[in-house]
Design a binder for this molecule. Structure first.
Ligand SMILES: *[C@@H]1O[C@H](CO)[C@@H](O)[C@H](O)[C@H]1NC(C)=O
Ligand SMILES: *[C@@H]1O[C@H](CO)[C@@H](O)[C@H](O)[C@H]1NC(C)=O
Ligand SMILES: *[C@@H]1O[C@H](CO)[C@@H](O)[C@H](O)[C@H]1NC(C)=O
Ligand SMILES: *[C@@H]1O[C@H](CO)[C@@H](O)[C@H](O)[C@H]1NC(C)=O
Ligand SMILES: *[C@@H]1O[C@H](CO)[C@@H](O)[C@H](O)[C@H]1NC(C)=O
Length: 248
């Protein structure tokens, strides 16, 4: 997830002005979750072909709008974005400290060119809507360094918002527990949820995400925070967004 979400606002803005045929969030119920922009950071190492000159404009004590512009030096065409498949390249644990939610995922190579994600999610507290998810995205630039993308997204109601975009946690992550009598949907009680393996590429393909995207390698950092803004979970996925006909 999101790393991709991070880019959505940017993409929607650009798409609306440049490419009317893009169809974002075809089925997403409007108003069922809130996404609050927290900050916009320009990456000012060098002039880019696509400049995201976006900034937050505070319109009340608790709401901000995204303003500014996206300057495209070259056409937004299929050489840079389009239909895609997403391949997992690595899962990195953020190991600063013990968290209430531990995402012990790893990649399990099942053939020369495919990997499944396995491992477990260990929840010391129920996974419900009292927490928030922040997605911080970085893209690998042409010289191999990580470049922060323009947006940091905060998604409130962690559990149900996540299920709206990615589908039921139990089935999409192929989860089981010791006795297997956990809830069908959010909230999920505390416990260890073992993933028997899931295909990350179809997981992303089935999610409600833009049908077109920028190709490249991304570092998507998912962080979970409680109401008091303490970090309670963190995992990083390195993912590659490729053209549908390109094999791994
Ligand atoms: C786009 O944003 C940049 C940086 O804020 C600004 O210098 C430029 O004038 C803007 N262009 C338009 C057309 O609004
Ligand atoms: C912002 O604050 C106002 C007044 O305190 C409240 O009515 C409104 O629901 C809040 N909006 C959001 C998006 O939290
Ligand atoms: C969950 O993953 C951790 C880290 O890989 C491992 O130590 C632990 O045994 C796993 N728990 C279960 C129930 O699979
Ligand atoms: C769930 O895991 C089982 C056991 O490894 C596997 O056979 C099955 O294909 C997986 N289901 C999905 C939807 O990935
Ligand atoms: C993996 O390689 C096999 C044989 O080379 C090919 O048929 C298959 O389409 C490839 N799968 C992916 C996901 O690239």
């Amino acid at each position: 997830m999101n790393h991709l979400s991070m880019f959505l606002l940017v993409l929607v803005t650009c798409a609306l002005s440049k490419n009317e045929k893009l169809n974002f969030f075809p089925n997403l119920p409007v108003g069922e979750y809130k996404v609050y922009p927290k900050a916009i950071i320009q990456c000012k190492q060098k002039q880019h072909l696509f400049e995201y000159n976006l900034y937050l404009n505070r319109i009340s004590s608790n709401t901000s709008e995204v303003k500014g512009n996206i300057t495209c030096m070259k056409p937004m065409d299929d050489s840079d974005n389009g239909e895609y498949k997403v391949y997992p390249r690595a899962v990195i644990q953020c190991k600063q400290k013990q968290h209430l939610f531990e995402f012990n995922f790893y990649l399990n190579r099942i053939s020369s060119n495919t990997s499944e994600v396995k491992g477990n999610i260990t929840c010391m507290k129920p996974l419900d809507d009292s927490d928030n998810i922040v997605i911080i995205n970085a893209v690998k630039d042409s010289i191999g360094g990580w470049k922060d993308n323009a947006l940091i997204l905060k998604i409130s109601k962690a559990c149900s918002s996540f299920e709206k975009v990615f589908g039921n946690l139990r089935t999409t992550f192929n989860l089981t527990t010791k006795n297997n009598n956990f809830n069908r949907n959010c909230p999920y009680p505390a416990g260890v949820y073992v993933s028997n393996g899931f295909d990350f590429t179809s997981f992303m393909a089935n999610a409600i995400l833009p049908k077109q995207y920028f190709y490249g390698v991304y570092k998507a950092r998912f962080e979970m925070f409680d109401k008091k803004n303490n970090q309670i979970g963190c995992v990083i996925f390195i993912i590659e967004v490729k053209r549908p006909w390109e094999t791994e």
